[in-house]
Each structure stands twice: as C-alpha cells, then as structure tokens.
Design a protein around this ligand. Structure first.
Ligand code: ADP
Ligand code: MG
Length: 615
C-alpha cells in the first residue's frame, strides 16, 4: 500500500506558518503591514507578555465586509493581486495571501472589522484553524485583530519562544522598521498596559529616529548627515550617521525600498564602500536609507517574509547609492567634536566623550590643563570684536615658548579676540604639544590634530592619486640594500611583480637566496626600504585576508602611508606644521586617517565657556 498521504489544509497552513510566523514579532509585522495596505492613518499595537499571551493590532483602514472577513483567513486569499502580471509590479506590502491563514492556524484569533459604508461590524473567531461563523459586532470602522496564545498547540514551537523581554525586543524592532518608513502614520506600541511609543504623524523624520533609535537624541541633527539624489528613476534619501556614532554591528543600518524594510547585499556593500577609510575596521555606520523606485524594477517575490528583493539592475542601484552617499560624506566636515562633560564642578571633569581611548586621553589632558590654568578674568565673556592686539603663541613662525605654560595657552584663547582665522588662513595660531599633537586655533575654538594620523591620511591620498594615474616615481638607492628571501618569499615577489612595478620598487636577485632593493619610491623616503619590503612580503603572504587587485593595492598604500608619515613623538618645525595644515585643507577627507581613526578633534569655545561657567 502506498505511503504517501495528502496533508489536510490545516496541516498545510501550519507548515506554511513555519515560514512566515517565526515568533510574535512576525505576527506584529504581518498585521501592521496589512493595516498599512488597508490605507490606515493610525495603528495601535498592544502586547501582553512579549506577545505570548496577546498581540492586538487595531487600525482605521478600509475594513472588510462579512464575506471578505470569512475569506481573509483562508489560505491563498488576497485582494492585492489578481493575475500573474500583477506580480511584476507589486505596490502593496502583502500579496501572498498567507499571513492571516498562517497566524490563525497556530493561535486563537478574533477579528472584528467594518467598512466605512457598513453600519455595523462583523466578527470572526478562529482557534488553530477551526473557524466560527461570522457574527455581528459593534465597532468603529477599520479592523481589529487579537492573537492569543501563539503556538499553544505546538509545544515544540512554543518552547523556542524566549523571555517576554527578548520577544518584546523583536517586536519593538519590527515596530521601529514600520514606523521609520511610515512617518505619515500615528503609531502606538503598548506592552502590558504601558505605552512604549506614541508616534505622531506630525513628527519630522528626525524626531521619529530620535525616539526610536539609541543615537544620542540631543545631537541627532549634528550626528546625521542628509544626502538626497534623484536620478535614473531612483530617488534616494539617506540620513547618515557621522563616523563618531558608528556601531559594532549593522543593526543600525535601515534600508527601505518603497516603504518596505529590506536587507540587500548590494546595498550593504554600497554603504560600506561609501564609508571606506572613514571608519575603523569592524565598525559599522548608522544609516537610514529610503529608496523609491518603480515597482517594476525589482522582484519582491523571492523570500517568504519579503525582506529580500531582486533588483533587475543591481549595479545601477549600487552605483547610485554609493555615489550619493560618498559624495556627501567627502563634502562634509567630519571632524570629531570633543564633547565636554556636563559635570558641574571642575573636580568632576573627566571622561570626555571623544571616540577612541587615545582621543579620550587627549580630552582628559585638555580638561586637566584648563582646570589648572583658569584665566584670571574669569567673568569676562569672549568677544569676537576686533581688538588691536592678538596674543598668539606661534603665529606662523614664532618661537615655541620654552615652557609653553598653561597660562600662556589659556591667555591665547582668552584674549585673542580678533576674528580668529580658520586653519587654512595665513595667520595661523598653533602649537605642538608632547611632540605628537598640534593644537590650532579656529573660528569656533580650537582643534587638536594627531600629527601622525593626519600626515598618514595626506600621504595616503597623494599615493592613491598618483598610482591611479600611473606608477609611483622612484629613485635609485646609492647602495642597493640586500635581504634574505625564502623560496616562497621569492615566489610571492615574482607573482606580484606588477604591483612592485606600480609602487616603483625595483628588486634584483642578489645571490642564491637574497635580493636587493635597487630603487624605492620617492614619496616614501621617510620609510626604511628594507623594513617596508619585509612588511610587504608579510602582507602579500597573509592567508587570513582575501586580498585581490584593488584591495591589496589599498592595503599596501595604507601601510606605505603609515610608514612614511611623521611619527608621534617627532618635534616639528613651524614650516613643517604649516605645510601639514596647508595639506590638510587640500585633502579630500582629512578628518580620518586611512584606518578610519579621527585625525582631528574639535573643541568649541562655547563648550569651554559653559565649563568655565562663563555663560
Ligand atoms: P495579503 O496581505 O498577502 O493579501 P493576508 O493573509 O495578510 O494576505 O490578508 C488577506 C487579505 O485580508 C488581504 O489581502 C486583505 O484584503 C484582507 N485584510 C487583512 N488585514 C486587513 C486589514 N487590517 N484591513 C483590511 N483588510 C485586511
Ligand atoms: Mg498581509
């Protein structure tokens, strides 16, 4: 006798539910999406016990009449598509006709609905697939669905539910995604009777982001850069987090395509590339990306939860997004702004929140510095009206005072009331501290520059520019420098001969197991040729990173820039500092070193005034 049985419809639904309904948050997503498709202006989501006990979603959309209400919970029933050609341009969030049937097959559901033209509402109840008849009910127009005791007849699935808090976290995330892409709706999320979010349709998108995401909400406008482009039937609006608020995961990258939250590897890659060189390795930018494009240009019918799509021209999407984001980032001042603490007294001044522990240390040192050397006339307000005399420490070419005391430093800031030139101006006021950092007065206050990081960036950009044009210029060494090589080293150097040629490094055999460096790039005169080639061999031999053409070259240029740059601890002359500041102005993206660390930290006079209680 045959072993194969035809599954009954309820079993089919339960199996389908396995794909669509993973946990309470999936129910919230599907029900909210249905509400949006119904043309609602307001959705209230109320949850009990992380959704294990109750998920209730109420809207004021188009509603359903009795006939539709009975049909909506059947499998493969939808009002959103009719023919296969409709699949080519889906404008609604749902279209598969599976969600309600799936939800009702794994829980107890009660749905009340009323269209605007009806005088009374209808109600239906379904208990794990067993449907009641439609009965009259009293309710306002719109739809309200209560989903209770999810998976209660499926202990294996119920067991996989996590704590109420964890499940609520997933629900809040789904709510957030929908709220970000629908800022024209009033949305409320309640848990165990407590209101977690009440979002008004009057809110500006920035406000909504501030309420929903953990970005420092006070500084949301300072921390997000807005970019927009509208080309080739692709409208892009991006709110990009500055590198200083980057995260350790991609969790804060929200991408919406025509209002649908999606994950897409091409778009993720475009975002990553846009921030290339602006972030440290293993840091991910905060990005809110809203893309509008014709529905016919992509397919959403590739994933049960519709969180992935297939673009017909993925390359275009990639290049448009990359171009829009990158251009904006490079044209924006991304200098890290030192955040002075809100502490009330000088004794509490510590832990200034600039990114990275080194910058924190500098900030701490600065705070300490100002704490010790308060100006005498403490009550005087800073005035930017021109005055005759300018106290400058080293106005381009002056002497470093033997002991550049704090008092001198402070008086430079306190008394310099002439409109202070920006870094690029002729009359610069600067000083080098600890032979490692350059402090420069600016219009708004002062900046501290990490001399190594900045120089590294400048050299890196120079190298990139030159190598893009042709190869690096090199010069012959007076005495070729020889070094031992293993057969595998020699092999590596041989296979990468083209790269060496591009870099302007000339190597010649020097005995059976040795080679000699005959020529070395002019730009890298500060680097030691032997040390450089040795590290290059190590880099070429690294198996743990998958380096090919472009990436390898980039890695090598990074290394070269690091080796050729001024080091920390190196005393600089005035003209060297001036050159550095001039080059900073011309650099494309001078606020970050090639590894993404900040090169410059800003301090504003207004923050200092607050700290010194001048305001
Ligand atoms: P889909 O959304 O893919 O069409 P669903 O199973 O989610 O499938 O819903 C089935 C149908 O029920 C929808 O096509 C829609 O006509 C109707 N429906 C569901 N939720 C609502 C709602 N909140 N308001 C009005 N109609 C709804
Ligand atoms: Mg749906």
């Amino acid at each position: 006798m045959g072993q194969i049985l035809v599954l009954d419809q309820n079993m089919i639904n339960m199996i389908a539910a396995g794909e669509v309904i993973e946990r309470p948050a999936s129910v919230v997503k599907e029900l909210m999406e249905n509400s949006i498709d119904s043309g609602t202006t307001k959705i209230t989501v109320s949850i009990e016990d992380g959704g294990r006990k109750l998920i209730s979603v109420t809207d004021n959309g188009c509603g359903m009449d009795g006939e539709d209400l009975a049909r909506a919970f059947e499998p493969h029933t939808t009002s959103k598509i009719k023919t296969s050609s409709d699949l080519l341009g889906i404008s609604t969030l749902g279209f598969r006709g599976e969600a309600l049937a799936s939800i009702a097959s794994v829980s107890q559901v009660k749905c009340t609905s009323r269209t605007k033209s009806q005088t009374g509402a209808n109600c239906i109840e379904i208990d794990c697939g067993n449907k009641s008849d439609i009965s009259p009910a009293s309710a306002d127009y719109g739809t309200s669905i209560q989903v209770r005791d999810i998976f209660y007849k499926l202990p294996a699935r119920r067991k996989f539910l996590r704590t109420a808090n964890t499940e609520m976290g997933h629900i809040a995330e789904q709510f957030t995604r929908i709220a970000l892409s629908n800022d024209n709706l009033d949305l409320t999320l309640i848990h165990n009777g407590r209101e977690l979010y009440r979002l008004s349709d009057k809110d500006h998108l920035h406000q909504r982001i501030a309420e929903l995401s953990p970005i420092p909400s006070s500084g949301i406008s300072e921390n997000l850069i807005e970019a927009e482009s509208n080309e080739k039937s692709l409208h892009i609006l991006a709110l990009m987090g500055k590198p200083s608020i980057s995260r350790t995961s991609k969790k804060f990258q929200y991408v919406f395509l025509n209002g649908r939250f999606i994950r897409d590897k091409f778009i993720s890659h475009a975002i990553k590339e846009a921030y290339r060189g602006l972030l440290e390795l293993n840091r991910f930018p905060v990005v809110f990306l809203f893309i509008q494009m014709p529905y016919e240009d992509y397919d959403v019918n590739v994933h049960p939860t519709k969180s992935e799509v297939r673009f017909y021209n993925a390359n275009l999407v990639h290049s448009q997004i990359l171009g829009c984001l990158r251009e904006k980032l490079l044209g924006t001042d991304l200098q890290s702004h030192a955040v002075l603490p809100t502490a009330t007294g000088p004794t509490e001044m510590q832990g200034i929140g600039a990114p990275g522990h080194r910058s924190e240390a500098i900030s701490d040192a600065m705070a300490e510095f100002f704490k010790k050397h308060r100006p005498v006339q403490t009550q005087q307000q800073f005035s930017y009206k021109p005055k005759q005399q300018t106290v400058a420490l080293r106005p381009g070419g002056g002497q470093i005072p033997e002991s550049h005391t704090g008092t001198a430093m402070v008086s430079a800031f306190a008394q310099t009331s002439q409109p202070v030139p920006e870094i690029c101006s002729e009359q610069r006021i600067f000083m080098q501290i600890h032979d490692s950092f350059v402090v420069v007065q600016t219009d708004e206050g002062f900046v501290i520059i990490d001399q190594h990081a900045l120089h590294e960036r400048i050299i890196y950009e120079d190298l990139c520019k030159r190598i893009r044009k042709s190869k690096l210029e090199s010069q012959k060494l007076l005495i070729p420098e020889s070094f031992d090589v293993t057969p595998s080293d020699a092999d590596l150097l041989n296979t990468n001969a083209e790269l060496l040629e591009k870099l302007g490094i000339e190597l010649v055999p020097f005995g059976p197991r040795a080679m000699a460096i005959q020529a070395f790039p002019t730009l890298l005169t500060k680097a030691d040729p032997l040390d450089f080639v040795q590290d290059l061999i190590d880099l070429l031999g690294r198996k743990d990173i998958n380096l090919d053409g472009e990436k390898l070259l980039d890695e090598v240029l990074n290394m070269a820039a690091c080796k050729a740059a001024i080091k920390a601890g190196q005393r600089l002359t005035d003209s060297e500092i001036e050159q550095l500041l001039r080059d900073k102005v011309n650099a494309e993206s001078s606020s970050r070193c090639p590894h993404g660390r900040p090169t410059t930290i800003k301090f504003s006079i207004s923050d200092l005034e607050k700290q010194f209680k001048r305001t």
